[in-house]
Design a protein around this ligand. Sequence first.
Ligand SMILES: *Cc1c(COP(=O)(O)O)cnc(C)c1O
Length: 388
Amino acid sequence: MHSQNPIFIPGPTNMPENLRRAVDMPTLDHRSSEFVNILHPALSGVKQVLKTTAGEVFLFPSTGSGGWETALSNTLSKGDKVLAARNGMFSQKWIDMCERHGLEVVVVEVNWGGGIPADRFEEILTADTAHEIKAVLATHNETATGVISDIAAVRAAMNAAGHPALLFVDGVSSIGSMDFRMDEWGVDVAVTGSQKGFMLPAGLAITAFSPKALAAVETATLPRWYFDIRDMQSGYKINGYPYTPQVGMINGLKTASEMLLREGLENVFARHERIATGVRKAIAAWNMPLCAESPELYSNSVSAIMTPDGFDANKIVTLASEKYQTAFGAGLGAVAGKLFRIGHLGSLTDVMTLSGLATAEMCMKDLGLEITLGAGVAAAQEHYRTTA
Ligand SMILES: *Cc1c(COP(=O)(O)O)cnc(C)c1O
């Protein structure tokens, strides 16, 4: 990779210079008031980004995956049933984590390219009259396939079934780039990481618990220690941490939330939508289908592009890396070799995006795909030129 080239993987994302500086801090005593002045604004900034007033935010030195474990281990007990859809690599990994924790997962299989089937969830929850299902897991944006699911519809399905299960949402690749409404959607645990919409290095698991999820912590018996939110909660109350926090990362999170809120969340979402639309116009000009099955599933943070049958899509990723020092995302799991991904979340401009599209075209042409150089770029240029 060339350090001056933007990165086009869907996380970690490009880091704006001011966030790199915010993370780079001298050693500071985390029991001092100086730390308190970083921690509390970071927590309240995240609450605003999540659109929650009722929720409580907990930050762990970890990544999004640690956020998944925080959600499960704090609220559930061995043998509990949970409901989840498997529609890509990330939902699959969270299901795997549940199974390794001794939970019983009711899995709804979905085509990779499809979204969460809220109607199926409603049927299953309605049939669960004994309320054995304790939690519903939803991957808001399936990063492996570029599919956004409708969380409001999942909540509506749970309400229609009159089901009291908790709702856990993986918003790792949506929060900070696509609309997320923790309180309005009745999300009980929201999970993200620092290296996607927050444009920081990897290293923080960012979670938020609703009052209902906080209550579940008291009766849940899955083993937990490092991720026990009660220790984190009592730490915060005395302006501290149960162990050594990454002060620089938390300062980065404070600065990143300030940046997002200063731009205005709705403007941030509109910017992602606009950049993503340009990318999709380029992909259409290449005559290549998206993995996402229909327009309402199109993600504004990542596009997964299906390459022709018999072609190994990984070759695009390898060539981009080796010849052009540029990173695209590879296909994961069941779609490995069948697609490549262009990440378009976080800190990205029209100009940066056009360079990525031009590079993807060079790679595809080099590899013998039927591509007219500039065709996708021109389609994106037209979109950016007329909407800027
Ligand atoms: C990146 C990602 C994860 C994993 O997060 P890590 O920070 O790599 O642990 C989980 N879910 C989704 C949807 C992601 O995009």
